[in-house]
Write a new protein. Sequence first.
Length: 367
Amino acid sequence: MRMQVKEQLRGLPPYQPGKSIEEVKREYGLSDIIKLASNENPYGSSPAAKAAIAAELDRLAVYPDGYARTLREKVATHLGVKETQLLFGNGSDEVVQIFCRAFLEPGTNTVMAAPTFPQYRHNAVIERAEVREVPLVDGRHDLEAMLSAIDERTRIVWICNPNNPTGTYVNETELRAFLDRVPPHVLVVLDEAYYEYVTAPDYPQTVPLLNEYSQLVVMRTFSKAYGLAALRIGYGIASEALIRAVEPAREPFNTSTVAQAAAAAALDDQAFLRACVERNRAELERYYRFCDEHGLKYYPSQTNFVFIDFGIDGNEVFQYLLERGVIVRSGRALGLPTGVRVTIGTKEQNDRVFETIASMLREKQLA
């Protein structure tokens, strides 16, 4: 008898990260590469966060605070919630995993949009739950169809807001109408990884909604606008009872000392965050103008990325840009096969993207 992994893992592909800068340099003999594939903050992280990391380097032999007390206190104060309403994870990816581990099992199902952040589906498959995917309409969540997909065996509904990979959002009126109709046995997880980048006035302020909807979870992260993607730290916000119920599914010491310290310092530096968000919005507007001038379709975005539909195979666009030192994410890997997702970079990086895309449009006679 041979060793065998679980049946549900056999056909489940592992996460495929985009090509690294070093990999592209070696493969194509290029020296100047810009990576705009993973929605990282092109302006880096707060100097205060870097100083906080340096201050912890003499304590690397000591296990981290499993309760993340200092960070917990700061986040609770920042959000106006109790410390016991927070669950910290090794990135919000782990928070997704914790809730799937806690709620999903064979015979249950989970409802999500398609395409959306792939880790909802990935973790549900591992727990052998049925995955019910509801297609986006014009790049947006079809909340009515998602409600129709819910039944007595549904355990979690996922709303990525703003949605990855489209950057679109569910507004407050839509969200409230949806929550009012979700049965009380169903957990609703709002993934707000890009929350800090949002500028839409009708975007829902969800933390106060936790007092009205007991089955609600809000997820946020320090990986995006705060620029701490390498340190892997995110969190969930929910009722005290819900957090207490899922805590046993969290691994001990799951967030590192340096991640906790950097996140706490980054949270204190809201001036750095605001500057990054303002620059991002200005550069995003430049993408809109470029696309309008060249007749390219795109989804209006509330994030630090934009999805551009070229009407041809996204892999073809991806490859053209890659060979010229610009790394983006092919829509084919994201469920939108005729475009690419581009992280909004610095002005200089975006100038190069525009020049490269304009050249491609001329060469392929797409303009």
